[in-house]
Design a protein around this ligand. Structure first.
Ligand code: TAP
Length: 451
C-alpha cells in the first residue's frame, strides 16, 4: 500500500506514515457508508441524537489528546488547539438537537393531505483543508450525521491525524461501522472520487477558490449539490471615530491568528486617513508583542506556517512590498515566518489583491464611509470583515454595504456554531453552522394522501 509522510511544521521532522487511498479504497469506504446509512436513517430521531451526544462525550474526554495531536501536525498553539477540540464536541452536541427538530410541513390542498419530509441525501463527502482540520470537518459531519446521512471525510494530506483519530473515537462512542469513514490520500484521487461517485449524493468542500471551482464543475456534471467554503481577503475597517487603542490592540490577532492561514484573516486594514499615522503608531507595539514560537508553550499566540512550500509562496509578498514593521519568529528548523505589516504603493498591489494565507497584512488609507465600502468590496472575495466605529448608524450602514457573509462591529469574531457562516462572491456557496445547517443535508420530499 502506498503511503505519505506527515511532518511536524514546527520542527520540520517526520511524524508518521499514513496510507494513501486508491480509487478502489475510496469505493470500498463509500460502499460501507451506503450500508451504514440505511440503518442510521431508520433509527428513531432520539436514538440518533443519543448516539451523537455519546460521540460528543468521547471527544470531550479526549480534548487534550486531540489538541496535542493538532499541535504536532498543524503547529497550532496549544491554547487554540484545545479550543478547536472542544469546539468539535460543542458542534456535535448542538446538532444532536437536530434529529428531533427536522420538522416538515402540512400544506392545505384540495382532495387530500399534503405533507413534506426532510430526507437525508444518503452519503455526504466532506473535503477539508489543512488550516483548521478538526473544526472545519465537524461543521460538515455533525449536521450531516444529524440529518441521517453517512459521511466520508477526506482530510488534507498535510494534516490527517486528528481526522483519523476522530474516526476511531466515533467507533469507540458506538457509532456504527461505516457511518463515519475517514479516507486519507490526495485530493486528485480521493476528493475527485467523492465528486464523481454516484453514491456520494452531496459534497462539502472547503479550500481554495481554484480547486473549489473545479469541484463545483464536477458536481454540476454529476448533478449533485455542493457547499463551497473558499478563500478570503477580508477588510478590517477602522474609522476615525473608533476606539483606536482597542482596534489596534486587536488587529494582530485578526490577521496573524493561525499564522494568517485563516480564511477569515483580516488581511487588509483600511484606516480613515485622518488617523492613519496614529493607528500605525499604536499597531507597531501590538505586533512586536505578538508571541510567535513553540506551539506547546501556553503563552504562544502563533506557530509556524504549514510547510516549506507554503512559506515559499508567502515570502515574495513581503520581499516585494514596502514593509512598515515586522514581528519576530524563531530562527529554528521549522517553517517560521515573522509577521509583517506592509504599506502598499497602490490599491492594485498584489499584496492587496491576493489571498496570501500567511502573516502579512496590508494597511491602506480611505477617505470617507463611501470610499471605505468601495475599497472593502474591491476584491473578488466576500467572506468576513470587521468595522470599528463608535457611531452605531455608521456600523449598520457599513455592515449592510460590505458584500461579505460574516461581519462584526467593534469585534473580530467570525465563528459561532449557533450562527450561519459562509462567503459571498468567490468566497463560496451556501452556509454552514447555525440553526438551519442540518436541513441543508436533506432534500424535501412531498407526499400527497388522497382522502
Ligand atoms: P486546497 O488546495 O484547495 O485543498 C483543500 C482540500 O481539497 C484538500 O483536502 C485537498 O487535498 C483537496 N483537493 C485538492 N485538489 C482536489 C481536487 N482536484 N478535487 C477534490 N479535492 C481536492 O486548499 P488548501 O491549500 O488546503 O487550503 C487553503 C485554502 O482554503 C485557502 O484558500 C483558504 O481561504 C481556504 N479556506 C476556506 C475556509 C472557509 S470556511 N471559507 C476555511 C479554511 C480554508 P490534498 O491537499 O490532500 O491533496
Amino acid at each position: 500500500m502506498s503511503t505519505f509522510t506527515v511532518i511536524n511544521p514546527a520542527t520540520a521532522e517526520p511524524l508518521r506514515e499514513v496510507s494513501r487511498a486508491s480509487v478502489d479504497d475510496v469505493d470500498a469506504a463509500i460502499a460501507r457508508a451506503v450500508r451504514a446509512q440505511r440503518h442510521w436513517a431508520a433509527l428513531a430521531p432520539l436514538a440518533r441524537a443519543d448516539a451523537m451526544r455519546a460521540f460528543a462525550r468521547v471527544v470531550e474526554a479526549h480534548v487534550e489528546e486531540l489538541a496535542l495531536l493538532e499541535v504536532r501536525n498543524s503547529g497550532h498553539p496549544i491554547s487554540s488547539a484545545r479550543w478547536e477540540a472542544s469546539h468539535v464536541a460543542q458542534v456535535l452536541n448542538y446538532y444532536a438537537g437536530s434529529p428531533e427538530r427536522l420538522i416538515g410541513q402540512q400544506i392545505p390542498v384540495a382532495g387530500g393531505i399534503d405533507v413534506t419530509f426532510h430526507e437525508p441525501y444518503g452519503v455526504v463527502g466532506i473535503i477539508v483543508p489543512w488550516n483548521f482540520p478538526m473544526t472545519i470537518a465537524a461543521w460538515g459531519f455533525a449536521p450531516a450525521l444529524a440529518a441521517g446521512n453517512a459521511v466520508v471525510l477526506k482530510p488534507a494530506e498535510l494534516t490527517p491525524l486528528t481526522a483519523m483519530r476522530l474516526g476511531e473515537l466515533a467507533l469507540e462512542a458506538g457509532l456504527p461501522e461505516g457511518l463515519f469513514e475517514v479516507v486519507t490520500g490526495s485530493g486528485s484521487v480521493v476528493g475527485q472520487r467523492f465528486v464523481s461517485h454516484h453514491d456520494v449524493r452531496k459534497v462539502v468542500f472547503t479550500g481554495s477558490t481554484e480547486v473549489g471551482t473545479d469541484v463545483a464543475a464536477g458536481c454540476a456534471r454529476a448533478l449533485k449539490p455542493v457547499t463551497l467554503e473558499l478563500g478570503g481577503k477580508s477588510a478590517n475597517i477602522v474609522f476615525a471615530d473608533a476606539d483606536l487603542e482597542r482596534a489596534a490592540a486587536s488587529a494582530p490577532g485578526a490577521v496573524f491568528d493561525n499564522a494568517g492561514q485563516d480564511c477569515c484573516a483580516r488581511s487588509r486594514i483600511l484606516v480613515q486617513r485622518a488617523v492613519f499615522d496614529r493607528f500605525l503608531e499604536l499597531l507597531e507595539p501590538a505586533v512586536a508583542d505578538w508571541r510567535v514560537g513553540d506551539p506547546l508553550s501556553e503563552a504562544t499566540q502563533m506557530g509556524p506556517l504549514i510547510s516549506a512550500a507554503h512559506r515559499d509562496t508567502v515570502t515574495p509578498f513581503v520581499k516585494h512590498s514596502r514593509v512598515a514593521f515586522r514581528g519576530s519568529a524563531p530562527n529554528d528548523p521549522g517553517f517560521w515566518f515573522a509577521p509583517a505589516v506592509v504599506i502598499p504603493d497602490s490599491r492594485e498591489d498584489r499584496v492587496v489583491r491576493h489571498e496570501i494565507f500567511g502573516p502579512v497584512v496590508a494597511v491602506l488609507p480611505f477617505e470617507d464611509e463611501e470610499d471605505a465600502i468601495a475599497l472593502a468590496n474591491d476584491t473578488i472575495y466576500g467572506l468576513a470583515g470587521s468595522i470599528w466605529t463608535e457611531n452605531l448608524g455608521r456600523g449598520v450602514r457599513v455592515a449592510r454595504g460590505v458584500k461579505s457573509g460574516v461581519l462584526s462591529v467593534n469585534s473580530h469574531s467570525s465563528v459561532r456554531y449557533t450562527t450561519p457562516f459562509g462567503g459571498m462572491k468567490a468566497s463560496g456557496l451556501g452556509r454552514e453552522l447555525g440553526p438551519d445547517a442540518a436541513e441543508h443535508f436533506t432534500e424535501t420530499k412531498n407526499v400527497f394522501f388522497a382522502t
